[in-house]
Design a protein around this ligand. Sequence first.
Ligand code: HEC
Ligand code: HEC
Ligand code: HEC
Length: 108
Amino acid sequence: MFKKAMLCVAALTMVFGFALANNALAGDKGPETMILKTAKARKPVLFPHRNHQARLECKTCHESAGFPKATNEWTKKLGHGLCKACHKKHKADGASTKCSNCHKKGLK
Ligand code: HEC
Ligand code: HEC
Ligand code: HEC
C-alpha cells in the first residue's frame, strides 16, 4: 500500500515537472504573431513577434518606456514611436514605413 502511494507521487512529480519545464519554454517567448489595437480599434496591426525576436533583443521593445502591456492599451503615438520609428531607421534592412505593411486590411 505505502509502496504504491510512493510510486504514485514519483510518477506525478515526473509528469508535472515535465509540464512545468515545457510551459517555461513555450510561455517565455509569447505569441508568434499578434494583432495590436487601440481602445478604438480602427486600424489594427498584424505584428510578427517571432520574426522580430529572431533579430532583436527582447529588451529593445519590452524595456522601452511606455511599452503597452495589453493589446488594447496601444495608442497611435506609442505604436508609431516604437514600431514606425525603428522601421524608418532600418529601411536598408528591409523594414517598411508603408501604412499597409503594418495595418493589414481586414483585421479585427
Ligand atoms: C511599423 C508599423 C506601422 C506603420 C508602418 C504604420 N503604423 Fe499606424 N500604428 C501602428 C501601431 C502599432 C499602432 C497602434 C496599434 C493600432 O492601433 O493598430 C498604430 C496606430 C495607428 C492609428 C490609430 C488607429 C486606432 O485604431 O486608433 C492610425 C490612424 C494609424 N496608425 C495610421 C497610420 C498611417 C496613416 C500610416 C501610414 C502613413 C501608418 N499608420 C503606418 C503601426 C504602424
Ligand atoms: C519588436 C518588438 C519586440 C521584441 C524584439 C520582442 N517583443 Fe515580445 N512583445 C512585443 C509586443 C508588441 C507584444 C504584445 C504586447 C501587447 O499585448 O500589446 C509582445 C508580447 C510578448 C509576450 C506576451 C506577454 C506580454 O508581455 O504581453 C511575451 C511573453 C513576450 N513578448 C516575450 C518576448 C521575448 C522573450 C522576446 C525576446 C526573445 C521578445 N518578446 C521580443 C514586442 C516585442
Ligand atoms: C528595433 C527595430 C524594430 C522595431 C522596434 C519593430 N520592428 Fe518591425 N521590422 C524591423 C525590421 C528590421 C524589419 C524587416 C526585416 C524583417 O522582416 O525581419 C521589420 C519587419 C516588420 C514587418 C514585416 C515582416 C514580414 O514578415 O512581412 C512588420 C509587419 C513589422 N515589422 C511590424 C512591426 C510592428 C507592428 C512593430 C511594433 C510592435 C515593429 N515592427 C517593431 C524592425 C523593427
